[in-house]
Design a protein. Structure first.
Length: 623
């Protein structure tokens, strides 16, 4: 005999939050719903969304033992499947999406908050509609000539040129998703795509397409701008071979998605641009798409006019957004069909041949290209091999790379060896952070030095979390520089903005340094570099919400890169330690990564994948 857990039991065990509890009871009162099973489903829906899911799949829970942070809840099981779904479906709290009911239950047993159900239904329709739109006016001869010029044959490629394929897909369709890890050339490919699009317009005597570029965070937008400028001015094999006129029309500015859409100051979840007031754009580039949550992606696509091309860039293997949804990962699933589109088949085969039924993919599959060749890490690179092992789910290979003395770019340090752990942290902090406190370094030099290294953590709190590592780093710096790090505004203190401030033009993820007061004043200032590499000095009193950032979470590090990364993983099993987190952290490093973790935690990380319930992939791919 088993019992269904009560809301209070789950709250007292820490499984449900106060918000989950109040949501279920408030909705129950409004709908006059008294069924414990229905109220439990509502609370679970709230809980799962707060943990990044778009819905709760009742079928995966039904009849199973209830497991909380402390283990199984004695004698408690989730309600049985058919009865549970039937009770939820019959409840006045549940609707079809057309009513004002707060919940929606689909035919597969997935329970959504109505708002998220609407977001997802819209996103599915919008993506499939765009996937089916092709450009009938394309000058294919001009395109092929441009592709040959911008993507010449390379002896370094063992297979088809996926960058060339991405360009071909982008010019022919209204939706393109380009996924690839660091160094696979996503941005340089996009710059060439824009050059080809501008050439098409000039050749046809049409207006130059209006191009916009955006990213989820200010830091990611600044990096996109920098990458575009570098791609436009690159020399040698990767040079952009086009006329000066074409080059001039390729934009360099990038904005945050929120700034692009225009946040309504009275309502943070409403935007100035929407389906009724769309963006003035012909081509929209969105970088770091893996960081975009369901709500923001739906609002963004609603504001893109139907004639415009939408190009999403990102790494499908990275961590998903903090908020609900794993959009890029869901779109790029199932992985076995990526890069098997009709366009690729046509490109690779020497002669056109009819496709077999097993090769014919849904329209969405014709829009996705995965870049796999890394121009940053070669086959002998420790970081490249480690990233590949992680993505392949090969824990033994990941450990072998980390323990291989011939590959010093990727090193494993056992936290159980306390002396070596202390020495590891102290030597890295001393090497990279201490120079930031030298009097000879100006603000720009300090910030550049500081940006070479970062401590990344899986957790915020605890011995292996951000708060402890920030304190540890400050203590080491006090030891070697003598500076009083207990003062709030000590010179050299690095800070990271954690909330957008559009008046100051500071955004979540922006990093600055506290610098010494100028002559004639006793007040310190916060030093930032804007996207144009110009110095900005801001009074600390005016700063938006921020925190010290010798160390940061892996989530916060997305959209950034450092020469060297120290990754600190918890010594005990934690649900946040996943393959995606490990891969994201490792690929933030350009030259060296030091992993402070036990071999058991490494194995857990490689073998544990993030599974977010949504149903999006199933709806897009027709599974």
């Amino acid at each position: 005999m088993f019992m269904i857990p009560t809301l209070d039991e789950l709250y007292n065990k820490g499984y449900l939050s106060r918000l989950d509890l109040h949501f279920a009871r408030a909705m129950g009162r409004l709908a006059n719903e008294r069924s414990d099973a229905v109220l439990l489903a509502a609370a679970l829906c709230s809980r799962f969304i707060s943990r990044g899911h778009v819905c709760v799949d009742l079928n995966t829970l039904a009849g199973r033992p209830v497991v909380t942070h402390d283990g199984e809840l004695s004698g408690a099981r989730w309600p049985a499947g058919p009865d549970w779904r039937g009770s939820v479906q019959a409840s006045p709290m549940t609707g079809s999406g057309e009513s004002a009911a707060p919940l929606v239950l689909d035919t597969k047993g997935r329970l959504y908050l109505a708002r998220y159900w609407h977001y997802q239904q819209f996103l599915v329709r919008a993506l499939l509609e765009r996937a089916g739109h092709t450009d009938k006016t394309l000058d294919t001869g001009l395109l092929e000539t441009g592709l040959d010029r911008l993507f010449p044959a390379s002896p370094d490629l063992s297979g088809p040129d996926m960058q060339r394929l991405a360009a071909k897909v982008s010019l022919g369709r209204h939706l393109t998703i380009i996924s690839g890890g660091p160094g696979t050339g996503k941005t340089s490919t996009v710059v060439k795509i824009l050059a080809l699009a501008i050439e098409q317009a000039l050749n046809a005597g049409l207006e130059i397409p209006h191009i916009l570029m955006a990213a989820p965070t200010g830091k990611a937008a600044a990096r996109l701008k920098e990458a575009v400028i570098n791609a436009k001015t690159a020399k040698g094999a990767g040079a952009l071979v086009c006329s000066d006129e074409v080059r001039t029309h390729i934009p360099e500015e990038a904005a945050t998605i929120h700034r692009l859409l225009g946040v309504m100051r009275d309502r943070s979840n409403r935007f100035f641009h929407d389906s009724g007031n769309p963006l003035a754009v012909d081509i929209l580039i969105v970088d770091e798409a893996s960081m975009v949550d369901l709500s923001l992606m739906a609002n963004l696509i609603a504001a893109v006019p139907s004639h415009a091309r939408l190009i999403l860039l990102g790494d499908k293997d990275q961590l998903a957004s903090v908020e609900a949804g794993a959009i890029l990962g869901d779109i790029c699933t199932p992985p076995e069909v990526i890069n098997r589109s009709a366009v690729l088949t046509e490109t690779v085969r020497p002669e056109p041949q009819p496709l077999h039924d097993s090769e014919v993919q849904p329209e969405i599959g014709q829009c996705i290209v995965n870049l796999t060749h890394s121009y940053r890490f070669d086959s002998r690179s420790g970081i490249g091999r480690l990233a590949l092992a992680i993505n392949s789910g090969n824990a033994d290979e990941a450990l072998a790379v980390l323990e291989d003395k011939t590959m010093p770019e990727a090193v494993l340090v056992d936290p159980g060896d306390l002396n070596r752990k202390k020495e590891c942290i102290e030597s890295l902090v001393r090497h990279y952070y201490v120079p930031c406190f030298e009097d000879s370094m100006a603000g720009a030099g300090q910030l550049e030095q500081f940006s070479q290294f970062r401590i990344l953590c899986a957790l915020r709190r605890g011995d292996d979390g951000v708060e402890t590592l920030n304190s540890t780093a400050a203590g080491i710096l006090k030891k070697y520089t003598g500076i009083d790090t207990s003062r709030e505004w000590y010179p050299g203190r690095p800070i990271m903005v954690t909330r957008n401030d559009y008046q100051l033009n500071l955004f979540n993820g922006d990093v600055g340094l506290i610098v010494k007061p100028d002559a004639g004043t006793s007040r310190p200032a916060a030093f930032f570099m804007d996207s144009n590499k110009k110095a900005r000095m801001i009074s600390p009193a005016r700063l938006p919400v921020h925190e010290t950032v010798y160390a940061m979470t892996v989530h916060k590090s997305q959209g950034t890169e450092f020469d060297t990364v120290l990754l600190v993983l918890p010594r005990h099993v934690s649900p946040v330690v996943t393959r995606e987190l490990f891969y994201t952290a490792v690929t933030r490093a350009k030259k060296n990564v030091v992993v402070l973790a036990t071999s058991d935690i490494i194995r857990q990380a490689v073998r544990t994948r993030v599974q977010r319930a949504s149903g999006l992939s199933e709806q897009l791919w027709g599974a």
